[in-house]
Design a protein around this ligand. Structure first.
Ligand code: UD1
Ligand code: CA
Length: 487
């Protein structure tokens, strides 16, 4: 339980019209986390229970919140008629003495801002407190202007400004009200304004007119930025990304070209690790100490142990990689694959739902799907596991110390037992017993002098076509393998 007598209402019912994507902005992921989860997680950390006001894409937003450990309750605003109307619909949930109201579209707000607001409000016994910020040129923004004159306060929305006002600052969209005040005045809001909406901000004027105590705290503008448009979303994401990069730098992560790297929330990077240009480290990833992630690699929802080296342009998703492995360049490891200590996956190798044992290697041009590979196995260049028969996927088992020759096709289900070899160019369709050599290809036949003899015979038969091998079809005469053997 929170030490404060405060509960929170998060306004999240708007249509996100200015976003222009057709979707609620609150579902959009900023640094890998939906916008709505930013205020939700923030309030959860300071133990303040939250009620979310929903309408547009209510089910989707609910689902996002319910997929977390956040204890949230929900209220439906039947029609988005403005922030004041949204708050009015939550009246039945008010049970604490103080109601904190926050816009849902503020991903950069810090714990300090909320705590400072609450403490000032409680210490001064204010009726209403709210957060303001300075902007060097408010006229280029859509924020509500805070007008403080002769001990009166009001907030005028940008679209309702009829004349130039001496505005001290802008309204951040975070308010703390005494419950009694809300109960008395919430129904007095009107929609007589440019947007024909019920504005929560009109409650400030009401309190001011009644000479009730109003307090404000000032926060840095960057922390209270709201996200109405895709441009504002982009700016907010750049700020969040820079915050994350600074955080990991402070913890000993070296970034070669920091401004080109994308980091999500909910990742861990170990000290001494070096991150190259254009790398994306996405949600749910943990990277150990002293790893190198070379340029343009993408790692998502995966774990890498200490001392791994990911060469450039590799993609790793939903997988687990133990310490001292090497991956790439241009490797693709996905779908719960598991690389054990010291494994090596080289260029143009796809590893899908596959375990690669300790010290095993697949260094070039291979597809390994639904495969269990033991330790010290060598997979030759161009090996393909044929795991799919058009209906279901089958498993390939390659036991310890097996050597798969180059350009093999391994038709699953199949087991290649310990210490066996398969010959280069083989199509392996049957299990291979321990310590055997499997050859699955046609035997080579060399017909000595054949080419010379064939050319002479052809020239005699068609003298006019001499020197026109292409037209006469030098190899065209050989239709099948048997034709060749019979020559
Ligand atoms: C609001 C403030 C403005 C402030 C700015 C700070 C009002 C009238 N204006 O403007 O003074 O400077 O925030 O970012 O409050 N919502 C509902 N139901 C509705 C309408 C909106 O739940 O009927 C939700 C939205 O989903 C959003 C939040 O309320 O999360 C704020 O609404 P928005 O339209 O973004 O308000 P602003 O125009 O930014
Ligand atoms: Ca907004």
């Amino acid at each position: 339980m929170s030490k404060y007598s405060v509960q929170a209402i998060i306004l999240a019912a708007g249509k996100s019209k200015r976003f222009n994507t057709g979707n609620s902005k609150l579902l959009e992921k900023l640094c890998g986390q939906e916008l709505i989860l930013y205020p939700a997680r923030l309030l959860e950390t300071i133990n303040i229970p939250s009620t979310f006001v929903l309408n547009y894409q209510a089910d989707e937003i609910k689902k996002v919140l319910q997929a977390t450990s956040i204890k949230a309750s929900f209220v439906l605003q039947p029609e988005p008629k403005g922030t004041g109307d949204a708050l009015a619909h939550t009246q039945k949930t008010w049970h604490q003495n103080n109601i904190l109201v926050m816009n849902g579209d503020m991903p950069l707000v810090t714990e300090e801002i909320i705590i400072q607001l609450i403490e000032k409000h409680l210490q001064t016994n204010a009726t209403v407190s709210f957060v303001t910020a300075h902007h060097p040129n408010p006229s280029i923004t859509d924020y509500g202007r805070v007008i403080a004159q002769d001990n009166t306060f009001r907030i005028i929305e940008a679209k309702d400004l009829q004349e130039q006002h001496e505005s001290c600052c802008i309204n951040a969209g975070i308010y703390l009200f005494k419950r009694e005040f809300l109960l008395e005045h919430i129904t007095t809001l009107t929609n007589h304004n440019a947007a024909q909406e019920f504005y929560i901000t009109d409650l400030i004027k009401i309190a001011s007119d009644k000479k009730l105590t109003i307090e404000t705290i000032s926060a840095p503008f960057d922390h209270i930025r709201g996200v109405n448009t895709l441009k504002e979303f982009w700016t907010a994401e750049q700020i969040k990304r820079s915050e994350l990069i600074s955080l990991w730098m402070e913890r000993g992560v070296r970034f070669d070209v920091a401004q080109s790297v994308h980091l999500d929330m909910n990742i861990v990077i170990g000290a001494g690790t070096r991150i190259g240009a254009g790398v994306h480290i996405l949600q749910g990833t943990t990277i150990g100490n002293n790893c190198t992630i070379e340029p343009f690699s993408i790692i998502k929802n995966s774990t890498l142990g200490n001392d791994c080296h990911v060469f450039s342009h590799s993609i790793i998703s939903d997988s687990f990689i133990e310490q001292e492995c090497k991956v790439g360049p241009f490797a693709h490891i996905k779908d719960k694959s598991y690389l054990k200590h010291n494994a090596v996956i080289g260029n143009f190798v796809e590893v899908c739902r596959t375990t690669i044992g300790t010290q095993s290697k697949a260094k070039h041009l291979s597809y390994l799907g639904d495969t269990e590979i033991g330790k010290k196995v060598n997979i030759g260049a161009g090996t393909i596991t044929c795991n799919y028969d058009g209906k279901i996927k089958h498993t390939t088992i390659i036991e310890d110390e097996v050597f798969i020759g180059s350009n093999n096709t391994l038709v699953a289900p199949i087991t290649i037992e310990k210490k066996s070899y398969t010959a280069a160019g083989s199509t392996i369709t049957n299990d291979v017993p321990t310590e055997s050599l499997a050859l699955g290809r046609a035997r080579q036949v060399n017909k000595e002098g054949y080419a010379k003899k064939f050319t002479k015979k052809e020239d005699k038969a068609n003298p006019e076509k001499k020197n026109k091998h292409k037209d006469s079809g030098f190899f065209g005469a050989i239709k099948t393998h048997n034709d060749l053997l019979e020559q």
